[in-house]
Design a protein. Sequence first.
Length: 255
Amino acid sequence: MEEGARGAPRSAFPAPTGVRQRPHCPLLGIPVVEAAAWGSSSSGFPGLLKHQNCCRDASPAADPCLVSNGGPFGKTTVLPAAAYSLLFNEMSLVIRNLQRAVPVRRALLRKRVDQIRHILGVQQFDLAVICISNHHIQRLNRTYRAKNVPTDVLSFPFHENLKPGKLLKASCQDELNLGDIFLGVEYIYQQCEENKEDYNSILTVTVAHGLCHLLGYKHSTEEEWQQMYERETQILQEINRLSGTDLQPLTKNLF
């Protein structure tokens, strides 16, 4: 799991008609449904199903943002009810807002994420971007990094142990997946208020950071940081050219 360089009420989603609802995900505290009701676990939402051992056997990752040994939704048995309707749609990009603390302009976020995917040349790979509250991202951060505080972003890569810049190759349809990015949008919003920064711009910067982590980039050492900083800079320079913004990498002053 990867976290960003920066240091709400329970969401309620009705269960789909005809699907037996279970109480709540033990980690995120949001409604879940039986994954078995959706058919084979090898299809549908591979980015989330990839991550295992959500509540046990997880040790903190060396790099502060990368989850490499598990994910928030358990082994293959439960998923958020909000994701159910997505399983039967062929969508390569999933944007979900699972919090109510702060506003999220999903259309703009989708546009920026799509631009970043095209810049990186990974638009053919599935990706999930999930917006959650301080409470929920703190639970993830505590479980996977042993840090009981909210944070801005946590990345769960589908393809682990990638070398930075290495071209992704999928041997089958199920491997056409990048993984999942959890945005702590409430935390990001609060940081933007304190630092007088534009919230939507910082969301773009944070997604670029999270996507770099899914592609093997890290910032545990100065050498790793230099590689990641250069890649983030390339991405954001192109976004700036397309949108007239002046976005800077999240890791700009890390070392």
